[in-house]
Design a protein. Structure first.
Length: 480
């Protein structure tokens, strides 16, 4: 029977200034590395941990976020480390500096690298200078660096210029890492549920506190504060806005006005850095207007039907298309679209209202492994990416497998600039009833998102339910 991950003993030791560092048992990391080594077979696998990144000068860094693949194979949440795995023998080495007395004077006593390596089941520790010997190695497998610091570090160790480093990334390593990280284990799911449950509490708190006259930033402050109180970071930039038609709107400068909708798309990381990514849309006032309710019900119908359609063996692209057809049909019933919904979706006309993909994989990254290449993660050579507006943004298209965790996040948006452009071009005029759109010009946007685990015979929505139906949201707002 699975037991929740134990916090590493470090957490219980009086290390002043060291933030808690929960890890899975050493065996988890050892087995992951063994499997990767076996898959790659020969050469040296090089996994670069992140360094601290200066906010304005070196001594004032951004909050540290470890590289997710490094976390997956080594678990150590500390800057400046590198892991190598000899693919032939499976032997792992951790590279990093031991703390100096000066570090201890400023930061308090620190765990030694040997202790940390032991917690991850890594047998050897070396000074980072030794990494320069990598330029002599005939075969080094490394991943595309997402941070420029790591690009430069790789360039130094490998003795190649940055262009050569970018060209030399290992496709076989990318594919092996994606295959392994895509299927979540029971202990990972436990962490993901923790992330989603904190995220759910944040959404409920925001829905309870929202009222006319507050600023969007007051609500964003609740989210940031609840993360800080749990010593975790938000999993991505907080979207909390009355202008929900702007898909990634990180501006929080508007006042909440009676009659508006608030779109909140935010999530917390778990203590071990797994992401939650939930969206809810609710009225500033206690009740949805009739117009808001009509659009909301269409999105909700699409979201619930899409969740039900998630099943091992089903292509996620087909789930996206089914959600699109449901929304096109709903918009037709309101007189905003016309013609056959199936034909409208095939032509891409619905993308005026739904210009993004239904969802993405989620795990240690909110868009899981996007640094390794969206097509590797979401298409895996199985499906060809469309270049049609809207469908082109679908991050996840491949066949669902047990252990995958995906988001399901349909939305409907009224983007005045896009409507004007399409109308001027008479684009998809067979499917879009432009005159009827006038009444929706300032509607904004609605998105509803949950995080879904694909199980052996279906799917599970992660976490405790978060108010989602019109009735549930209005009832919650009524308790204010
Ligand atoms: N939560 C933002 C996104 O999925 O892109
Ligand atoms: Mn998402």
């Amino acid at each position: 029977m699975f037991e929740p991950p134990v916090t590493a003993p470090l957490r219980h030791m009086p290390y002043l200034g060291v933030k808690s560092m929960p890890m899975f048992p050493a065996d988890t990391y050892r087995k992951r590395r063994e499997r990767l080594a076996k898959q790659i077979g020969k050469g040296l696998i090089l996994l670069t941990g992140n360094t601290d990144s200066p906010m304005n000068y070196k001594g004032n860094p951004y909050p540290f976020r470890q590289d997710s693949t490094f976390l997956y194979y080594a678990g150590i949440d500390q800057p400046g480390l590198v892991l190598t795995i000899d693919a032939a023998t499976g032997e792992s080495t951790l590279y990093g500096h031991e703390w100096t007395m000066e570090d201890i004077v400023w930061m308090g006593p620190q765990p030694s690298l040997h202790d940390l390596a032991g917690l991850a089941g890594i047998g050897r520790v070396e000074e980072p200078d030794k990494l320069h010997a990598l330029s002599q190695q005939s075969l080094v497998h490394y991943l595309p660096p997402s941070r420029s610091e790591n690009l430069l570090r790789l360039s130094g160790w490998l003795g190649r210029d940055t262009g050569q480093v970018r060209e030399g990334v290992s496709e076989s390593l990318i594919r092996a890492v994606v295959a392994q990280r895509a299927v979540k284990s029971e202990e990972e799911i436990h962490e993901m549920v923790r992330a989603v449950e904190l995220t759910g509490r944040m959404h409920v708190a925001v829905m309870r506190e929202a009222q006319e006259g507050l600023q969007e930033s007051d609500l964003a402050g609740i989210v940031a504060g609840m993360c800080a109180a749990e010593e975790v970071l938000p999993a991505y930039g907080i979207i909390l806005t009355t202008k929900g038609q702007v898909l990634h709107n990180h501006h929080h400068g508007h006042e909440l006005l009676d009659g508006q909708l608030v779109l909140g798309d935010f999530g917390a990381e778990s203590p071990m850095h797994y992401a939650g990514d939930i969206t809810r849309t609710f009225p500033v006032s206690r009740y949805f207007t009739d117009q808001q309710k009509e659009i909301y019900e269409i999105v909700l119908d699409a979201q619930i039907s899409a969740i039900q359609a998630c099943h091992p063996g089903v292509k996620y692209r087909d789930v996206h298309l089914e959600a699109s057809r449901i929304m096109a049909n709903g918009l037709r019933s309101l007189g905003l679209m016309k013609g056959d919904p199936e034909e409208a979706v095939a032509a891409g006309a619905h993308a005026l209202f739904f210009p993004h993909g239904l969802g993405h994989m989620i795990g240690l990254d909110v868009h899981d492994m996007e640094d390794l290449g969206e097509d590797h993660v979401g298409y895996a050579g199985e499906v060809t990416r469309s270049d049609q507006f809207g469908l082109a943004y679908l991050r996840m298209a491949r066949t669902l497998q047990p252990g995958f965790v995906v988001t399901v996040e349909p939305g409907l948006y009224f983007i005045p600039e896009l409507i004007d452009q399409w109308k001027a071009e008479n684009r998809h005029a067979d499917f879009i009833h432009y005159p009827a759109l006038e009444k929706y010009r300032h509607f904004g946007g609605i998105r509803i998102e949950d995080n879904i685990l694909i199980s052996a015979d279906g799917r599970v929505v992660l976490g405790e339910p978060i108010p989602k139906t019109v009735e549930e949201i209005e009832a919650l707002r009524y308790q204010v």
